[in-house]
Design a protein around this ligand. Structure first.
Ligand code: ADP
Ligand code: MG
Length: 258
């Protein structure tokens, strides 16, 4: 499975939600470029606009103003049918809460996007099995979600996101419901996919998860606060220093070697 080229171009993006008579200005002029095969983490406190941005990136929602081009396609002018088609062809989405069908097996859950899109009707089962093998679930295809661990459920969701061979894999807090060891396993899976050429954008509020990405974009109040390679991001580098200090302090306190 070789993903197609992907390029995101966003200019002066705005999103205003209307709730009754109230207006919430969730994105306030975001500019962002993401090249093919990048692995980007989006960070920011709750309410800073991360999910709003991800939903627009994933063609689940439209901006109120501004430009969003995905692989040269101007999505911000599309109607909902055209948007759904782009979503189907270009996007794989992973959610914090997995969003699996409880009564369907892992295999059936992964087959669903293919069945809906009618693109690979006859090869749906084979493609879904390949995607499940890829995420390490060859021996869990007949299990239903409640027969799987949280990490395995999220792997099913990743397989489902990959089954259409999307050019862009988006994940909104994919480790938010997982313990730290399982989170590491899921992010390791993302790293492996990235090494194979998959373009990935992941939202997280955990610095150690973001540290696996090559670039960190930080949002605040609907604007981009900073956008740096992980290796030079000041906040992340400070986090790493503090973690190291804490580890050394703990080692000294217990007499164990650091
Ligand atoms: P984050 O994912 O960073 O926590 P969101 O993008 O979910 O932030 O939210 C950004 C802002 O937009 C918040 O103030 C939130 O309350 C508001 N918001 C998000 N979704 C909606 C919606 N569907 N309707 C109205 N307001 C919304
Ligand atoms: Mg969110």
């Amino acid at each position: 499975m070789t993903p197609a080229p992907s390029t995101i171009r966003i200019r002066n993006l705005h999103k205003v939600y209307r709730v009754g008579s109230e207006r919430v200005h969730a994105l306030r002029g975001v500019d962002l470029d993401i090249a093919k095969n990048e692995f980007v983490a989006i960070m920011g406190s709750s309410g800073s606009g991360k999910s709003t941005l991800m939903n627009i990136l994933g063609c689940l929602d439209q901006p109120s103003d501004g430009v969003y081009e995905l692989n040269g396609r101007t999505t911000h002018v599309m109607n909902s049918g055209q948007l759904a088609q782009v979503r189907n062809e270009e996007i794989g989405f992973v959610f914090q809460s997995f969003e699996l069908l409880p009564r369907a097996t892992a295999l059936k859950n992964v087959m669903l996007p293919l069945i809906y899109s009618r693109r690979h009707w006859f090869s749906a089962s084979r493609r879904a099995k390949e995607a499940l093998v890829k995420v390490g679930l060859a021996d869990r295809m007949s299990h239903r979600p409640n027969q799987l661990s949280g990490g395995q459920r999220q792997r099913v969701a990743v397989a489902r996101a990959l089954v259409n061979q999307p050019s862009l894999l988006l994940a909104d807090e994919p480790t938010g419901n997982l313990d730290s060891k399982t989170s590491e396993e899921i992010i390791a899976l993302f790293k492996a996919l990235h090494a194979e050429g998959q373009t990935i954008v992941v939202v997280t509020h955990e610095e150690d998860i973001a540290g696996h990405a090559a670039r960190i974009v930080r949002l605040r109040d609907g604007t981009i606060l900073s956008d740096n390679p992980t290796s030079t991001d000041p906040v992340h580098q400070d986090y790493l220093r503090r973690s190291l200090d804490a580890a050394q302090y703990a080692a000294a306190a217990t007499g164990a070697p650091a």
